[in-house]
Design a protein around this ligand. Structure first.
Ligand SMILES: Nc1ncnc2c1ncn2[C@@H]1O[C@H](COP(=O)(O)OP(=O)(O)OP(=O)(O)O)[C@@H](O)[C@H]1O
Ligand SMILES: [Mg+2]
Length: 290
């Protein structure tokens, strides 16, 4: 399912003196298959944009187009319930939304909202979702979600979203607050999901290293507008403009700039592996030339 927004606008509290124009004529296409990053300074409209994708926030009247696959979200007759089973939304710190007495009940809740299944079918789907996020169903099913570790809680929350087998998974700052190992494992999980029923991942991130490492493309939001959409390899070449927007580049970007200042040009895609390989090649060539 392709996501297409054309001239999408959203004003919060439009008729009051507290009106905030959070999105201004945003036009953005996200193709099926992408691992798509959304970056931008705080308050630039990232969360507002992604919450439009499953109808949690409704687009303003002047908006021209908002479609997700065959769903026309500007049409009053849009089946939002069905849409929400296809577009899974994981909010920031999803573990705070766990509420049921047991892990199995919590995950089942995500499913019962959308599908009428027998108890056995529900249990089978819940087991599948819990195992997909890398937890042991037998170990956690009867546990209170509150007795799990931070990383486990987050996995349970994701299980409650993927239990409907969404084709698009949208995540707002999914690795915020995790330690480096937790982040790595979480991205491994996202890639595993992306290779299965999840066709498209859309992820909001402040961490440019993660964007360089994992995203196929990214959009930069600036003050409610989209400044640029490009693969990270192109985006992070514009370090100065990004800095003006209060945005970083990946660590590899800083290192490449340092080397360039010393006359060593490295044409990298900003992933660690590529950067290391190119530095090594440059070093070897220099050694051979001596
Ligand atoms: N419920 C709301 N009511 C009124 N204004 C809001 C609401 N939610 C967000 N805003 C405002 O809309 C603008 C965009 O907010 P949004 O949350 O989309 O930004 P963001 O890019 O996700 O920021 P962050 O990186 O801090 O999460 C901001 O000016 C914000 O203050
Ligand atoms: Mg946000």
């Amino acid at each position: 399912m392709q996501i297409v927004a054309e001239n999408l606008s959203h004003v919060y509290s439009p008729k009051s003196k507290f009106a905030v124009s959070a999105l201004k004529n945003v036009s953005l296409t996200i193709d099926e298959g992408e691992f798509f990053g959304i970056i931008g300074h705080t308050g630039s409209g990232k969360s507002t944009f992604i919450q439009h994708l499953n109808g949690l926030i409704k687009a303003d009247k002047g908006s021209k187009k908002l479609t997700v696959g065959e769903f026309d979200l500007l049409d009053k007759k849009c089946d939002f319930k069905k849409l929400r089973s296809k577009v899974g939304m994981v909010f920031q710190y999803p573990e705070y939304q766990l509420f049921a007495d047991t892990v199995a009940e919590d995950v089942a809740f995500g499913l019962k909202n959308f599908e009428r299944l027998s108890e056995e079918e529900t249990a089978a789907r819940v087991r599948e979702a819990i195992e997909t996020v890398g937890l042991s169903y037998e170990e956690v099913k009867e546990k209170s979600p509150f007795d799990l570790s931070g990383g486990q809680k987050r996995r349970v929350a994701i299980a409650g979203v993927i239990v409907t087998k969404p084709e698009i998974l949208v995540l707002d700052e999914p690795v915020a607050g995790l330690d480096p190992k937790g982040k790595k494992e979480f991205f491994a999980l996202l890639h595993a999901l992306h290779g299965g029923f999840v066709k498209t991942v859309v992820i909001v991130s402040h961490d440019m290293d993660n964007v360089a490492e994992h995203c196929t493309k990214a959009a930069v939001f600036e003050n409610g507008e989209v400044w640029k959409v490009a693969p990270p390899k192109e985006l992070f070449k514009e370090a100065e403009t990004l800095a003006e927007m209060g945005l970083d580049v990946p660590v590899t970007g800083y290192l490449a700039a340092r080397l360039a200042a010393n006359g060593v040009k490295i044409d990298t895609d900003f992933t660690e592996r590529d950067f290391a390989r190119k530095v090594l090649e440059t070093y070897r060539r220099a050694e051979e030339g001596r």
